[in-house]
Design a protein around this ligand. Structure first.
Ligand SMILES: NC(=O)c1ccc[n+]([C@@H]2O[C@H](COP(=O)([O-])OP(=O)(O)OC[C@H]3O[C@@H](n4cnc5c(N)ncnc54)[C@H](OP(=O)(O)O)[C@@H]3O)[C@@H](O)[C@H]2O)c1
Length: 241
């Protein structure tokens, strides 16, 4: 297997962290981005101590300049980006009539605009090289609207559309959408309505699967030969029903 240069957004916890561990253990070089650089520093130290290849850089996906610098830095150091895992996301839940407009904007900025920023940053180089792979982490919320997650669902429906559109436009670049169901991470630890958040946290902790299950699905897509595009994977807890 060829070692790939893999960039992961939102690698400081949850699915991003699990994906970093999985892909680094599979022999790839992982470049980890998030705002909590103390977490990233610790993870990179752990991975490199175990003999894997990893580095990190500060990243705010809501800022195109930050995403471009994250990608450009990796290209300058390694000559290319083989895989971008567009994973960063937030989920402050509340009913629409609670009018938490700042939360709506944050979800749009991180979950949708952040994914588009990632695509904008890697696409010119991948197009020029006629190679590359864009993996986007959506959600089962991208297939079914459930209150009180309406705006969260809207962002995930939107990234599903973006990923499918990118796949249709790309004859050389592989495009994968991975949609998790309830997964035990920090997603339900902050933001949104307190009562709803606590209920979702309890649910995720009781029926949710480990983030490593999602990392393995991403690893499967990454491991396929160049001509094979794993377009969509849904991975959810059996108990989710
Ligand atoms: N857990 C679930 O049940 C579930 C289900 C379906 C889909 N998902 C999706 O899975 C993805 C990962 O979430 P998770 O469950 O692993 O939750 P998590 O543990 O809270 O991880 C979210 C990650 O996103 C990063 N992030 C948030 N805002 C960011 C920003 N502005 N710039 C850069 N990074 C940012 C966080 O890092 P910093 O705070 O350090 O920046 C963190 O590393 C999300 O897209 C989420 O929607 C999760």
């Amino acid at each position: 297997m060829t070692s790939k240069i893999v960039l992961i957004t939102g690698a400081s916890s949850g699915i991003g962290e699990a994906t970093a561990r999985h892909l680094a253990a599979a022999g790839h070089h992982v470049v980890l981005g998030a705002r909590r650089t103390d977490r990233l520093r610790q993870l990179v130290a752990e991975l490199t101590d175990a003999g894997h290849s990893a580095e990190y850089a500060p990243l705010d996906v809501t800022d195109l300049g930050s995403v471009q610098a994250f990608v450009d830095g990796a290209v300058a150091r390694h000559g290319r980006v083989d895989v971008l895992v567009n994973n960063a996301g937030v989920m402050p839940l509340a009913r629409l009539d609670a009018l938490r407009v700042d939360d709506w904007n944050q979800m749009i900025d991180v979950n949708l605009r952040g994914v588009l920023h990632g695509i904008a940053a890697v696409l010119p180089d991948m197009t020029r090289r006629k190679a590359g792979h864009v993996v986007t982490v959506a959600s089962t919320a991208g297939y079914r609207v459930d209150s009180p997650g309406v705006v969260y669902c809207a962002t995930k429906f939107a990234v599903r559309a973006v990923s499918e559109g990118l796949r249709q436009e790309s004859k050389d670049i592989r495009v994968t959408l991975v949609s998790p169901g309830f997964t035990r991470t920090e997603l339900t630890h902050s933001g949104g309505d307190d009562e709803i958040r606590n209920a979702m946290r309890t649910l995720a902790e009781s029926v949710g699967i480990d983030a490593s299950a999602i990392a393995e699905a991403i690893g499967y897509a990454v491991a396929q030969p160049t001509g094979v595009d794993v377009s969509e994977i849904v991975v959810q807890a059996t108990a989710q029903g």
